[in-house]
Design a protein around this ligand. Sequence first.
Ligand code: FES
Length: 111
Amino acid sequence: MTKVRFVSADGRRVVEAEGAGGTRLLELAQAHDQPLEGACEGAMACSTCHVVVAPQDFAKLPPASEEEEDMLDFAYGVSRTSRLACQIWLDDAIDSLEVRMPGGSTNMQGR
Ligand code: FES
């Protein structure tokens, strides 16, 4: 199991969750009502699953593919540790991850 801390864009709300190996980060986020739309459900045709990985955790993940890098060009609030949550598979070897959702994808309820 991987422990994941989902941090809101303003840093004021934190949700902690645990996901089994093989689970996509996007699926875990959605299962815990986090504001990641994931409109294309992992088909790499949107960028609404954009997250900013905490710098201390970024090296735990395998590198992004070229296709993922290209999709990140369309994301809101990109930083040096940005990734697409649909392209991150949790791995039991990863003890923990912290990701911030940079906003721009909140729903009408502000989540
Ligand atoms: S869900 Fe569309 S690129 Fe991740």
